[in-house]
Design a protein around this ligand. Structure first.
Ligand code: CAA
Length: 261
């Protein structure tokens, strides 16, 4: 498939998606939302795919929603089209997705990274929610996801002031899983993604869904859900294979004949 705003590459069981609008620091426009949705629809059901990596360039993961495209919009248009609702492809992925962030991850860019399961950041990454300076507020999840990730005090400070924070601060705050040198960003993210993609698919998808419940349900409900999913996974061949392999002191074979098309 040909994409105007993305570069898509399948490496083993991992789909590497690069946001590719260098002329606008990968600003998120309508074409990109539509293409990202197409990539997800194309690859998520593929049994040969176990994990996604979403990245940008060395200079920018994404500098936010495309301000030039957004500026003339009206309230009525936004309401009737449910503006920004189509930017939920990464959040809807049921297989794991890692954001590999270098450079600017601002506004919708930071929010897109937060839609992923975790963020690996290059040491030059800069995160921020500068929407306040444009007379609006974040519209792609930051008031909720950033607050859950870093707590109220820091989320308020970032969203109310619009200031950027660097990779080290983002890691200390819990927004970022790991910081790596810029030159190693994609390599490290792909290595992590390949390791994840080698895990049994039903367990991966179940683990992801169950951790997600921690943000949506009371504790008792989440614990009950976890226990049921844990119990159900004993109905999968992968549980038989994983536990037999351990006892037989050999490597488990989970995906031997499944490669992405
Ligand atoms: N939308 C559209 N174009 C953008 C853009 C954006 N968000 N960010 C950068 N660009 C464009 C610039 O207009 C410029 O294009 P031209 O050369 O044609 O003028 C090109 O990308 C390079 O940008 P700069 O020259 O500004 O690069 P810089 O290195 O001097 O500055 C920057 C980098 C600090 C990131 C600066 O570009 C900037 O502040 N960008 C806007 C960041 C922002 O406000 N993001 C939030 C958007 S609103 C949002 O995302 C809402 C939401 O929650 C969904």
């Amino acid at each position: 498939m040909i994409y105007k705003t993305l570069q898509v590459e399948v490496v083993g069981r991992v789909v590497l998606i690069r946001l590719n609008r260098p002329e606008a620091l990968n600003a998120l426009n309508a074409a990109m939302a539509e293409e990202l949705a197409r990539v997800v629809a194309r690859f998520e059901p593929d049994e040969g795919v176990g994990c996604f990596v979403l990245t940008g360039s060395d200079k920018a993961f994404a500098a936010g929603a495309d301000i030039k495209e957004m500026a003339p919009r009206t309230f009525i248009e936004n309401l009737s089209e449910d503006y920004m609702a189509s930017w939920d492809s990464a959040a809807r992925l049921r297989k794991p997705v890692i954001a590999a962030v270098a450079g600017f991850a601002l506004g919708g860019g930071c929010e897109l990274a937060m839609q992923c399961d975790f963020i690996i950041a290059a040491d030059n990454a800069k995160f921020g929610q500068p929407e306040i300076k444009l007379g609006v507020i974040p519209g792609l999840g930051a008031t909720q996801r950033l607050t859950r990730a870093v707590g109220k005090a820091k989320a308020m400070e970032l969203i109310l002031s619009g200031r950027m924070m660097g990779a080290e601060e983002a890691e200390r705050a819990g927004l970022v899983a790991r910081v790596v040198p810029l030159a190693k960003l994609v390599e490290e993210a792909m290595k992590t993604a390949q390791a994840i993609a080698g895990m049994p698919t039903a367990a991966l998808m179940s683990a992801k869904e169950t951790v997600g419940r921690a943000f949506e349900t009371p504790l008792a409900e989440g614990l009950r859900f976890e226990r049921r999913v844990f119990q159900a996974l004993f109905g999968t061949p992968d549980q038989r294979e994983g536990m037999s392999a351990f006892m037989e002191k050999r490597t488990a074979r989970f995906h031997e004949s499944k490669a992405a098309e």
